[in-house]
Write a protein that binds this ligand. Structure first.
Ligand code: HEC
Length: 300
């Protein structure tokens, strides 16, 4: 059996590819010098979690007319000084405020319940020191190929993705875990792609399959199964805030959400009729009941 670490990058499987790209990006960045500060990875999340609620895009909640979610706002003239003075942490009001000893000056304000750890303050200072380079949100940055690092142990990597993983493991002084036994493998894979355990027959088939591409065949079978689309739908429908109740949305939004829902099912290759009784398999297999419980028609 070939070890399969690359199935997530298979172009047939577009949905997983984006998730894989993010993971990959992290591995790439980690392998290519953890010391460099990356705005999107290291800085934006800090500002977003701790500052944007009062200095972000929402004008009605914005304090001190200061925006820290856009470069022009962060570097704007506040009356002879800037929150962020690129290259000059000492001249940056942001640095003064996050280190202020007077609780009236301290940012984020103590009564907001937010706070920055020393390491996070250090990162913000180092970022400003390095010129405060801003970057577009990563979702808009076209992915580029990074040079593949050379792993010392060339026997484990099967693909260039594995080289990144191996190089990072080596940098951390770790070695890869041994391959799992076959029952564990098919169980993990089936849960991963469908959210369900494999049936005893599926396990048996896999144990008996001695072909070179046995693992790939299970991957292909699972990707073709409606369970894969349903599994993806659980995340995507959450993202579009779909609920078969009105949820948070006002009544007039229902039609709009329903359109999104239908589009989503179409993209995932799911027959809407089938999805109108979602997770039938889950109910039956995990609860052991013969008939799936009646679920209301989500498409109306
Ligand atoms: C809960 C709301 C809140 C949060 C969260 C918050 N701030 Fe503020 N911030 C304020 C208010 C209110 C003021 C104006 C009062 C003052 O100057 O202390 C202010 C003022 C500032 C100023 C001075 C602006 C000027 O014109 O001089 C800076 C710089 C600043 N904040 C940075 C930050 C940073 C950086 C964070 C996140 C690490 C942050 N703030 C988080 C409410 C907040």
């Amino acid at each position: 059996m070939k070890r399969m670490s690359l199935h997530i990058l298979n172009p047939r499987n577009r949905l997983l590819t984006s998730a894989a790209a993010v993971t990959l990006l992290a591995a790439v960045q980690a392998a290519s010098g953890a010391a460099t500060i990356d705005f999107n990875r290291d800085i934006r999340p800090l500002l977003s979690d701790n500052c944007f609620s009062c200095h972000g895009p929402d004008a009605s909640h914005r304090k001190a007319k200061l925006r820290l979610d856009v470069e022009e706002g962060a570097t704007s003239d506040l009356g002879g000084y800037q929150a962020v003075a690129p290259g000059q942490p000492e001249a940056s009001e942001l640095i003064a405020r996050i280190n202020a000893s007077d609780p009236d000056d301290l940012m984020p304000p103590p009564d907001s319940g937010k706070s920055l750890a020393d390491e996070e303050k250090r990162l913000l200072r180092a970022w400003i020191q390095s010129g405060a380079p801003w970057a577009q949100h990563w979702a808009y940055v076209p992915p580029t190929r990074h040079p593949v690092p050379a792993a010392r142990d060339a026997s484990w990597p099967l693909s260039w993705v594995d080289d990144f993983i191996m190089a990072r493991l080596e940098a951390e002084g770790l070695s890869p875990a041994p391959e799992a036994d076959r029952v564990t493998l098919i169980r993990r894979l089936t849960f991963d792609l469908t959210g369900l355990p494999p049936t005893p027959a599926e396990v048996k088939d896999f144990l008996e399959d001695r072909s070179e591409d046995d693992y790939e065949r299970v991957v292909d079978r699972l990707l073709r199964s409606p369970g894969f689309g349903e599994r993806m739908a659980t995340y995507w429908l959450d993202l579009v805030r779909y609920a078969d109740t009105v949820g948070y949305h006002a009544v007039e939004n229902i039609v709009h959400v329903r359109d999104l829902h239908a589009t989503m099912l179409h993209m995932l290759g799911i027959d809407p009729q089938r999805f109108s009784v979602p997770f039938q398999g889950l109910d039956m297999r995990l609860t052991g009941v013969e008939e799936a419980p009646v679920v209301h028609e989500v498409l109306g």
